[in-house]
Design a protein around this ligand. Structure first.
Ligand SMILES: Nc1ncnc2c1ncn2[C@@H]1O[C@H](COP(=O)(O)OP(=O)(O)OP(=O)(O)O)[C@@H](O)[C@H]1O
Length: 293
């Protein structure tokens, strides 16, 4: 569990989930570490001996857990307790109700029930990792980085304020995008590579992304004047931006993103967590996750 997730609600939710699963007869080991690195390490070391890894936290902790179990037979239980919970939202899990989410995890464990869900393997020059929701690589990545650096406000307002801040200084990034071998070069506001619809605490950038279709939804937004980008923001929150001429949606199994020389190179993020710099290649791995649901 992440005791600090969701303004500290993670501690209460985590204790409740632990007690609930024990009361329902499951053998539970608490792998909570003193920080994210310690929790991730424990998850990686122990995942192979568990039936399931159950996380109580936000997207940061779910991202770490996913890295430990994707592509393995160990199931993943998610009790959303963060401020964003975009991956849980994208998987249709109950939000804002840890008791219900814990009950679902427990009944799925008891009945041996899981949903096979796609995950994304992302490879850079130095390492490869997994993500479950959306990779941000343009101004959206800068917004994510900015939002992560703020302690206040928590929740979606933090991303909106960070977007207003970043859009004041950036309007486009040159990108080479390779979609299943087909190359395009564009001046982009952002390229989002999505397995599920949302990032940034409910921004529906890829509203039709389906984590069970074996495909990535790639949303490319062309560079545009700042005012136009600001006007696009509320439409993205509703997922009502796909008919805007500067917005293009592609579907692919494999996507490579490279920054063209010149300009400010964003630091890509996936599931809200920082990755290494571009170039990066994202490959969808169908059914790589067994989600208890
Ligand atoms: N024991 C811990 N385990 C995991 N993360 C921890 C822990 N203690 C502190 N943290 C910090 O909490 C941060 C936020 O974690 P998390 O994403 O789970 O919650 P959130 O930010 O409230 O939710 P969301 O990402 O969905 O908005 C992590 O980046 C990490 O640095």
């Amino acid at each position: 569990m992440n005791p600090t997730a969701g303004r500290g609600g993670g501690r209460v939710a985590g204790a409740h989930v632990l007690a609930t699963l024990q009361r329902l007869g499951h053998r539970v080991t608490d792998l909570t570490g003193s920080d994210l690195a310690a929790s991730s390490r424990a998850a990686r070391e122990r995942a192979g001996e568990l039936d399931a890894l159950v996380v109580v936290g936000g997207d940061g902790l779910v991202h770490a857990a996913l890295g430990a179990v994707a592509g393995t037979p160990t199931a993943l239980g998610i009790v959303p307790a963060g401020t964003g919970n975009d991956l849980a939202r994208g998987l249709g899990l109950p939000l804002g109700d840890p008791a219900r989410a814990a009950g679902l995890v427990s009944s799925a464990l008891r009945e041996g029930r899981h949903r096979a869900v796609d995950a994304v393997r992302v490879r850079g020059a130095a390492r490869s990792s997994w993500y479950g929701s959306v990779l941000a690589s343009g101004v959206d990545a800068l917004v994510n980085e900015r939002a992560n650096s703020w302690r206040w406000p928590r929740g979606p307002a933090r991303y909106t304020l960070a977007a207003l801040r970043e859009l004041a200084v950036v309007s486009g990034v040159g990108m080479r995008i390779t979609l299943d071998g087909e190359v395009q070069e564009r001046d982009c506001l952002l390229v989002a590579v999505a397995n599920t619809p949302c990032y940034g605490g409910g921004m529906r950038m890829a509203p039709h992304a389906d984590p069970t279709d074996g495909l990535l939804d790639v949303v490319v937004v062309d560079a545009m004047p700042r005012l136009a980008a600001l006007r696009l923001l509320p439409r993205v929150r509703r997922g009502a931006h796909l008919d805007v001429a500067a917005v293009h949606v592609h579907r692919a199994r494999s996507v490579t993103l490279e920054a063209l020389p010149g300009g400010r190179e964003p630091h890509p993020h996936a599931d809200g967590e920082p990755l290494e710099h571009l170039p990066l290649t994202c490959d969808v791995v169908p059914g790589a996750l067994r989600v208890l649901a």
